[in-house]
Design a protein around this ligand. Structure first.
Ligand SMILES: [Zn+2]
Length: 145
């Protein structure tokens, strides 16, 4: 099934193809120092496919901190964070901010709270390889420089 979402102003939108066999949409509220400031709550499925579309005149906004192994992708106009992206292995992986999904989802959310403080970088990258969206494409966007 196809889920869609966007930032607040609509400049950045995405489509998320979710596996048909899935029974729910995980909604993992992250307790880290960054996500707790905006209620960051994330979803992913390793067999899902995500396409994020940026307008051609807008640079993809990126922010990283801590282990600096992922970029939070935000809209350069309205500032809403739509996804986080890990490009450390050959294939980019992502999680989506569930608060940016459009409308009612066809599956129920399964809520949980994540605590990743103290996790080693190796463990973190391994967890993302297993759990994050395994097929990610970013389309458009102005060049960074
Ligand atoms: Zn926006």
């Amino acid at each position: 099934m196809r889920l869609t979402g966007s930032c607040h102003c609509g400049s950045v939108d995405y489509s998320l193809d979710w596996p048909e066999q899935a029974k729910c949409i995980p909604a993992r509220e992250c307790s880290c120092t960054f996500c707790s400031r905006f209620g960051g709550t994330w979803t992913s499925h390793p067999d899902a496919s995500l396409v994020i579309n940026y307008p051609h005149d807008l640079k993809p906004g990126k922010y990283r901190f801590g282990t600096a192994t992922a970029d939070f992708l935000f809209c350069g106009r309205c500032g809403i964070i739509v996804a986080a992206l890990d490009e450390n292995s050959g294939r980019p992986k992502a999680v989506v901010n569930i608060r940016t999904l459009h409308g009612d989802t066809p599956l129920p959310f399964e809520h949980s709270v994540s605590h990743f403080d103290g996790e080693s970088t190796d463990d973190r990258l391994g967890r993302r390889s297993r759990n994050w969206i395994g097929h990610v494409q970013i389309v458009g966007g102005a060049p960074q420089r």
